[in-house]
Design a protein around this ligand. Sequence first.
Ligand SMILES: Cc1ncc(COP(=O)(O)O)c(C=O)c1O
Length: 436
Amino acid sequence: MSSSSLQWFDRARAVTPGGVNSPVRAFAAVGGTPRFMRSGSGAWLTDVDGATYVDLVCSWGPMLLGHAHPGVLAAVGDAIARGTSYGTPTTTEVELAEEIVARTPVELVRLVSSGTEATMSAIRLARGFTGRDLVVKFAGCYHGHVDSLLAQAGSGLATLGVSSTPGVPASAAAQTIVLPYNDRAAVDAAFAEHGDSIACLITEASPGNMGVVPPQPGFNAFLAETCTRHGALFVSDEVMTGFRVSRSGQWGTDGAVEGWTPDLMTFGKVMGGGFPAAAFGGRADVMAMLSPQGPVYQAGTLSGNPVATAAGLATLRYADEAVYARVDEVASVISQAASKELDAAGAPHRLQTNGNMFSIFFGDLPPVTDYATAQTQDTDAFKAFFHAMLDQGVYLPPSAFEAWFCSSAHNDRAVQHVLDALPTAARAAASTGRAR
Ligand SMILES: Cc1ncc(COP(=O)(O)O)c(C=O)c1O
């Protein structure tokens, strides 16, 4: 069925480690052959065998408007016709920065090429600004493959971290304190012990990288207040949520309502419109420390690339209230229907949502508030569900620890295609794993 994908996967493995350029694409968590995609249009992907899928990955978040959106393609085509990179300032990057500043509380913003670069640079800036070295992060939050952020908890709650992958020096991981998410007592303990040395706390504004695990009410406000009290910076990572869960991202639904502001924020995905563009920004006095205005060095040959910024700018300009309303509606219909069918099939699960992001934790488990709980999910049931959906032409994230993403291009036909696939997949989940 996926014979060309199999052939391409063999070719890929001969020249690329694991055959992919980002690990989760390899289907290692679900087994089987990753589909090599040839094209995308609206809500649909077509693979090299010509099979079509309703896409619920959306490039892991960026494709808020769906694939090959005509307005974005026109903006990109226009930009490309004028050359693809100059290494000079351009007007589009200013307009994209203005759009970001208009939608979020950041006062100044610097464009980079990936979310990893954004968080890496934000942390360097926080260290440069505070003159401190330690970083606090939460287990299960992913901020890209930055050395000091690939750490896991040490032996005690407030102790320094250890590397979570070979290749990260122990000294880099030891600059990071890793805490359980949503755990105020752990945050208090870490700041009580190390408060004077903490440069920043970085958190996903609402985690989507351990499945969807929203902050408990007031948790982000508590983090912001704790950081301020200890002279540390609060870095809200909105690479995934930014411009997706609302026009102002997660901050639009919590900070803007509760009256607090992160010191620094990181963005990516949607703001690049499917191209490599990301950003970090925040308080003017902190951002002023950045080279060439200040002493903290940061640079990039392709930063603010004219094609990427044209795609991002067009995407944000098309992302109006109607777009967010449609994405919210699609996510609600699909997630509720999935949960209903799983109930009907007798497959225990927990649906977790954060606006238009959602994921389903399989198994009989309590509300998932942290990574330790997320790890107790029944990944075999997810695998069965995933493959049954794939066989019926629905492309889900190939891992149980990922959010599902919808777009405004998911029209009624695409949504119905997903709904029609659910009963079979729900039965597959019910007959596998711990549910059996
Ligand atoms: C919250 C968050 N931060 C940072 C990153 C890293 O972004 P990139 O993959 O563009 O380096 C990701 C990627 O998924 C992310 O979800």
